[in-house]
Design a protein around this ligand. Structure first.
Ligand code: BDR
Ligand code: CA
Length: 318
């Protein structure tokens, strides 16, 4: 199994991604690091622990990371994810396991000490930016980075052009993209950008949730509870029945490359003005810069759903 650290801001779709990751035998999740995003870091840590408790995987450590973006004022996404970040389910947990401090230090230590560790980043890139800033030597241990964020052709989800994770901390996103073209430790590598171009196609519908409830009452009910608020949000905001679940596609793509296709390009991130958080992708190589990103633009939503369901709903569970 491939070793991964999941850096996230749970978040409804982050938790769906954790369900997928922890029920994918191809992955060995070494730890979960939390960053401020959908909810403040401490709340995100609680939500990660709630997901681990549900999965009976409290053996996996949860580390709290940065509590504010590098430069900008922090703006949460509780309008989308609810006041508790899990669709206002206010789930209680019974274990007394707690999260630890020091997400960035955990990342650095793990990358230095273990072979072949990758990071799947499902939130703003603040923890990774701090890693680059404080421990650039540790980057040589990074096998791969998959980040959910940005958009290439697709419109934004929190401004006309920007996606939330990069918009929340554009300076961090810029620093991470930049690192893949300038840091000696990352020479020849690129990050994988699972942006809105592909995640917008991943729509969880009420009938899919019903189907999930038929497959497993326990897991189905858990997903139904936490997505209810997300459904309401999409219905009120966009008149859409069903919710876009972004983060699980990044996990799925990490396991199965045939789920998304795209192209290599140099990408920069806008940090100010009306286009703050926008990914500026040099598709035609005007700037002749090192290609720092694989921009994923195509996916197959049905194959993704099959992939998600076959792993998250282990039929031997009930
Ligand atoms: C991203 O922003 C968050 O609200 C989601 O969890 C996802 O990571 C989508 O723009
Ligand atoms: Ca997220």
């Amino acid at each position: 199994a491939r070793k991964v650290i999941i850096d996230c801001d749970p978040g409804i779709d982050d938790v769906l991604a954790l369900l997928l990751a922890l029920r994918s035998p191809e992955l060995d999740v070494l730890g979960i690091t939390v960053v401020c995003g959908n909810v403040p870091t401490a709340q995100g840590g609680e939500n990660a622990l709630k997901a681990l408790e549900f999965l009976e995987r409290l053996d996996i450590p949860v580390y709290l990371g940065e509590t504010k973006p590098l430069v900008r004022t922090y703006v949460d996404a509780m309008d989308t994810h609810g006041a508790d970040g899990l669709g206002e389910t206010f789930l209680l947990r019974s274990s007394d396991v707690s999260s630890k401090e020091g997400a960035v230090e955990f990342m650095a230590k793990t990358l230095r000490e273990e072979e072949g560790v990758s990071v799947i980043a499902l939130g703003p890139l603040t923890n990774l930016a701090r890693l680059i800033e404080r421990y650039p030597d540790a980057l040589s241990g990074l096998e791969e980075l998959v980040t959910m964020g940005g958009s290439y052709r697709s419109h934004g989800n929190c401004s006309p052009v920007a996606e939330y994770n990069y918009w929340c901390d554009p300076d961090a996103a810029k620093m991470v993209f930049e690192a893949f073209s300038v840091q000696p430790a990352l020479k020849g590598k690129h990050l994988n950008m699972i942006g809105l171009d592909v995640t917008r196609d991943i729509v969880l519908t009420p009938n899919l949730v019903e189907y999930m409830c038929c497959l497993s009452k326990e897991t189905g009910d858990f997903i139904r509870n936490i997505t209810r608020f997300y459904f309401d949000f999409h219905w009120k905001q966009e008149g859409v029945i069903g919710c876009v679940i972004n983060d699980p596609l990044a996990v799925a793509y990490f396991v199965d490359r045939s789920l998304c296709g795209g192209f290599l390009a140099y990408t920069d991130v806008q940090t100010e003005g009306v286009a703050m958080g926008q990914t500026v992708v040099d598709t035609y190589d005007f700037w002749k810069k090192e290609k720092n990103s694989l921009i994923l633009t195509e996916t197959d939503p049905f194959r993704f759903m099959e992939f998600f369901i076959s792993r998250v709903f282990d039929v031997s569970e009930d």
